[in-house]
Design a protein around this ligand. Structure first.
Ligand code: HEC
Ligand code: HEC
Length: 296
């Protein structure tokens, strides 16, 4: 990315006015959405947490050697976290499989663990499957949501579950396939992320000055020798003739601000990550993860 432009154009984080502009335009509209989506308070979170902790320990010492620490399978046993078939098993069925084993296969019986531990390991398996709000979230998703639509201004550029801006990537299911650390890097080191992302041609941020003095800042969505289609930060498309252009400047970097690592605290980043992870677990996100089908 940015090879042909060189590194001499100032990075977008030195254009704080872009953010100001965006902030003024969008933040106000988000408030009603936030209100209507607020979930009821979660019950007995600490009880849930201690069950998960117990289950995690049982899993680590009894199951991980074959199924892997994350349940995604290993040489000796299949994936029991990511497969749609196992995700659909009711709790009782899992309880019996673990207690009785699967005769004539490599799956041993764990009756000796006792009912409580088996229940705990089954509920932890649900966490690995992404079916329960995971207590392994680094932060608080509710606070992360407020940050996303408020102070962090992420929603100026990113859509989550239908709400937000169009310039950045839709992040609704982004966290589904990424680890907490990968998400943290994507937020705090966006340049790096671009390189590893694998998309050949990023749509490029540009600043355009027209002969009549009009200025546009946005993303070049389409371009040929004679024309440029530009989407400005308010979402509007502009069809510009190159003959009427005075000056066009491609930004070497993504529009994604590069200074979140310093403007947001570690706690705030954790909250944001938790928010992204929690939205990726919505039912819509889960369907796209159910790609283990059909199973024998
Ligand atoms: C010694 C290796 C081993 C250990 C330890 C082990 N498993 Fe398994 N497990 C297997 C194998 C092999 C299978 C596949 C059996 C088959 O062929 O159907 C399996 C199958 C399963 C299945 C059913 C998967 C399906 O597709 O139907 C579940 C659920 C499961 N194991 C959970 C657990 C849990 C929970 C633990 C820990 C309490 C555990 N296993 C420990 C080897 C193991
Ligand atoms: C000024 C617009 C803008 C703002 C504000 C912004 N982003 Fe971005 N973000 C982008 C763009 C554009 C990309 C695509 C990266 C690229 O160009 O390669 C991106 C990429 C990302 C990615 C990686 C997505 C991918 O497909 O690789 C994550 C995660 C992300 N942003 C999260 C956030 C979070 C969280 C915030 C708020 C703290 C935020 N962004 C604020 C514009 C923005």
């Amino acid at each position: 990315m940015g090879k042909e432009q060189g590194g001499d154009i100032p990075h977008v984080s030195s254009y704080p006015w872009i953010l100001l502009l965006l902030g003024a335009a969008c933040v106000g509209e988000m408030v009603p959405i936030l209100k209507s989506q607020t979930r009821p308070p979660r019950r007995s979170k600490s009880a849930l947490a201690s069950t998960h902790l117990a289950g995690q320990q049982v899993f680590a010492s009894n199951c991980a050697s074959c199924h892997g620490l994350d349940g995604r399978g290993g040489e000796r046993a299949p994936d029991i976290a990511g497969t749609a078939k196992v995700q659909k098993f009711p709790d009782e069925k899992l309880f019996h499989i673990v207690g009785d084993g699967i005769p004539a296969t490599g799956m041993p019986a764990f009756r000796t663990l006792g009912a409580d531990k088996i229940k705990a390991v089954v509920s932890y398996l649900r966490v690995l499957q992404g079916r329960t709000p995971s207590v392994k979230l680094p932060g608080n998703p509710e606070r992360g949501k407020l940050l996303f639509f408020g102070k962090g201004r992420c929603s100026n550029c990113h859509i989550i579950a239908g709400a937000g801006g169009f310039i950045g990537t839709d992040l609704s299911v982004y966290a589904k396939t990424r680890s907490v650390e990968e998400i943290r890097e994507a937020i705090t080191k966006p340049g790096k992320n671009v390189e590893t992302h694998g998309k050949e041609k990023r749509e490029r941020p540009v600043t355009v000055l027209m002969r009549d003095g009009q200025k546009y800042i946005g993303i070049a969505r389409n371009e040929d020798n004679f024309s440029l289609q530009l989407q400005t930060l308010d979402g509007a498309f502009h069809f510009l003739m190159k003959s009427e252009l005075d000056h066009i400047e491609y930004q070497p970097q993504s529009l994604m601000p590069s200074d979140y690592g310093s403007t947001l605290s570690r706690q705030e980043l954790d909250d944001l990550i938790s928010f992204l992870v929690s939205t990726s677990k919505s039912s819509k996100a889960r369907q796209s993860a159910d790609n283990g089908e059909p199973d024998p």
